[in-house]
Design a protein around this ligand. Structure first.
Ligand SMILES: [Zn+2]
Length: 227
């Protein structure tokens, strides 16, 4: 499953990145044969991690250099409480049924393979233009909380797919690192101080999510390189 995810993300990676990575691979034998002292090893997982990181950073680019970044302090995880969905569908619902002029309440939507790709990260207008969210009933929280919604109903039998979970970990890690958001401020919608909600459902694996974030961060700090 893990390899399948890598293959998929690799397809997203720009040609430049592939050429650059190819250059690294091509250069390796030369490095090791020209000098016995130099034993730089760039593993496949290092390159994949770099490719993912570049892709996530491209996804998270905001609209223009004039757009002022908000002082994000929290990341709130949601499920859509529906079997199917994508950013466009939720945007229409929030605009037309809820009457929210900025539309899509969340900043990011991660697909489950129904109306968008499995693990595909869609970016909302509120992120591109650094607009507050509308994803909780706590307006103070909405001002400073990045909203990420996973398509699916994790309260009634469903659970995040492996690819969705993987994308969520990578996106959350990127955002928490960029905005200095501590692990304690990465929370579920049900943990926000507001009227009770089950979101993102009892089947969302919060403990596994936090463990994965910690592991992911430690891999970044000590990448598998030998010298
Ligand atoms: Zn929610």
């Amino acid at each position: 499953m893990r390899n399948r995810t890598y293959e998929k993300i690799i397809q997203y990676v720009s040609l430049t990145m592939i050429v650059a990575a190819g250059g690294i691979i091509g250069a390796l034998p030369l490095i090791s044969s020209s000098s016995a002292e130099v034993r730089t090893v760039i593993s496949e997982s290092d390159m994949l991690r770099a490719a993912f990181a570049q892709k996530i950073s491209q996804i998270c680019e905001i609209d223009t250099i004039d757009t002022k970044e908000r002082p994000w302090q929290y990341i709130v995880i949601h499920h859509s409480a529906s079997e199917k969905g994508n950013a466009t569908r939720f945007d229409t619902y929030h605009r037309e049924k809820k009457g929210w002029k900025y539309g899509l309440a969340y900043h990011f939507v991660i697909g489950n393979g129904t109306l968008s790709g499995d693990g595909e990260i869609e970016v909302g207008n509120r992120w591109k233009n650094q607009i507050h969210g509308a994803h909780t009933a706590n307006m103070d929280c909405n001002q400073v909380a990045i909203g990420i919604c996973l398509v699916g109903d994790f309260e009634n039998g469903g659970k995040p797919s492996e690819d969705q979970f993987d994308s969520l970990v990578r996106l959350t890690r990127y955002l928490s690192s960029k905005y200095d958001i501590p692990l304690s401020n990465i929370i579920l919608h049900s943990q926000v101080h507001q009227k009770g909600t089950a979101c993102p459902g009892k089947n969302f694996p919060m403990a596994e999510f936090k463990t994965s974030l910690i592991q992911f961060a430690s891999n970044e700090i000590s990448p598998s390189r030998k010298s």
